[in-house]
Design a protein around this ligand. Structure first.
Ligand code: C5P
Length: 468
């Protein structure tokens, strides 16, 4: 008899089935068999012959794009973080399966991994049950991305050498999917020529890497390059690779992003500006476009290239920016990352203001600029489903962000500390706290690209939930 497959079931049904199967300690396929047998016993075997599914075809909702990640947990002390990684991936609406190596089982149990995944974790190449129901070829084939975390020195050596003597390595050898490695090991092991040779070979073979990072090791007093990347960082990297593998969670969505500073003219040659580089807003526009969204980026004057895949409208002043934003409506999501000048010069000179000997310096009378974020968030018609602002502060970051959330009427605020010593303004990294009415969620320090990927994943999830 052909083995059963539950892949074609819709997500909600699959989730219910997964929970039920986990409760009974069975595979999902076994659970379906049990349900079928019980139904046949109760209703009589002939019921299976006479049963007709409802003939009315339900209205076809856009099928949610299910992204499938297989997490391979290697045997290192960082394995405990992989359980959090699984949680982070699932938060993003990703379907996760998990394989543990024998060494990994010294650090986490298949039971705990299985409980978080929501179905059994796989461990054994010669497990009859798993070979019958899933098997290493299906595990390899039914993943859009494989994440190896932690990728230990030994596991990397095996993969680089093409070994296939356990389930993890057999799956990795059999897969056609992209593989993302999150190395974790003692700094001396990472620096060792053999490991570096294997890493170079794996990179040349098309494997992607996230980390290792620099920091404290599990061994007391040891520091260096070898810490596994944080779960959120790995999840953001996974998102990026899933997007490039064709999984597009924002397909069909319209997204508007503002970015960069504004220039407020004093006269035709002088202006008031600020230090915003536009890097974060541009990274968000690029990530949203990679996720399949139709993106309009309204950018103030910046020195970085237009992001690929977005329609870019270049503007100078806050008032120009507001006009361009209004023209881009309606959108599903609006993200205001621009550092808009709060004030402009009331009567900007039509000619260059001349310095005249003996005359006092001209006084610049300022008037308030329109608040673009608040204007859009308070729209009565065509308000985007999700309005997201930034709060760049130098003190009391969260308190100010909460206040801004209420005052401006937006749904989420990404708060960050831009004190000069953080190097965030103009730099490549960012430390965000996501402030929502329901609470505050700190994100680890990460690159602006990773912040963008994390944000886009959160948005996709939120839109999916709102639809449900
Ligand atoms: O009030 P503050 O400038 O700190 O608010 C920051 C947030 O508001 C950012 O998301 C920024 O893009 C947006 N903003 C705006 N228009 C303004 C001022 C700020 O859209 N005039």
């Amino acid at each position: 008899m052909a083995s059963l497959t539950v892949r074609q079931l819709d997500e909600k049904l699959k989730k219910l089935l997964r929970l039920r199967a986990a409760r009974h300690g069975r595979s999902m396929e076994d659970e379906v068999r049990t349900i079928l047998r019980a139904a046949a016993d109760e209703a009589g075997r002939e019921a299976l012959e006479t049963f007709q599914p409802p003939s009315k075809t339900p209205a076809r909702a856009a099928a949610p794009v299910t992204r499938r990640v297989l997490v391979v947990i290697g045997g290192g002390i960082a394995a405990y973080k992989s359980l959090d990684l699984i949680r982070r991936l699932k938060e993003r609406g990703i379907a996760v399966r998990c394989v543990l190596t024998k060494a990994a089982e010294q650090f986490v149990t298949p039971l705990s991994a299985g409980a978080i995944v929501g179905e059994r974790a796989f461990t054994d190449l010669f497990d009859r049950d798993s070979e019958f129901d899933v098997g290493h070829i299906r595990l390899a084939r039914e993943a859009d991305l494989i994440v190896v975390a932690p990728a230990t020195a030994d596991l990397m050596a095996k993969i680089a050498g093409g070994h296939a003597d356990d389930l993890a390595t057999a799956v990795l050898l059999a897969t056609g999917a992209k593989v993302l490695l999150a190395p974790a090991m003692n700094p001396h092991m990472w620096a060792n020529k053999a490991t570096q040779r294997n890493a170079a070979q794996l990179a040349a073979d098309g494997f992607a890497f996230v980390g290792p990072n620099e920091g404290e090791m599990a061994e007391a007093g040891e520091r260096g390059l070898g810490r596994m990347a944080e779960p959120l960082e790995i999840a953001a990297a996974a998102d990026k690779w899933l997007a490039s593998a064709g999984a597009q969670p924002l397909k069909g969505r319209r997204v508007l992003v503002t970015s960069g500073p504004t220039h407020e003219p004093i006269d035709p040659v002088r202006y008031i500006a600020n230090r915003s580089s536009g890097k974060q807003g541009h990274a968000i526009a690029a990530a949203a476009a990679r996720a399949g969204a139709d993106v309009t980026l309204v950018s103030g004057p910046v020195n970085i290239p237009d992001p690929p895949g977005a329609t870019v409208v270049h503007v100078e002043s806050a008032r120009d920016m507001l006009r361009a934003v209004e023209r881009a409506m309606p959108v599903d999501v609006a993200i205001f990352a621009a550092a808009v000048a709060d004030w402009r010069v009331d009567a900007a000179g039509g000619q260059k203001i001349k310095k005249k000997p003996g005359q006092a310096a001209p006084a610049l009378a300022l008037v308030e600029n329109p608040d673009i974020l608040a204007t859009v968030a308070h729209r009565k018609s065509q308000r985007p489903k999700l309005v997201i602002g930034f709060a760049a502060e130098t003190e009391n970051v969260v308190a100010h962000a909460k206040d801004k959330l209420a005052r401006k009427g937006c749904d989420w605020i990404l708060a960050n500390d831009v004190s000069p010593e953080t190097g965030i303004m103009g730099g490549d990294r960012n430390t965000i706290q996501l402030v929502r009415a329901s609470g505050v969620e700190p994100w680890p320090p990460q690159s602006k690209d990773d912040v963008a990927a994390t944000l886009v994943a959160r948005i996709a999830e939120e839109l999916e939930e709102k639809k449900a």
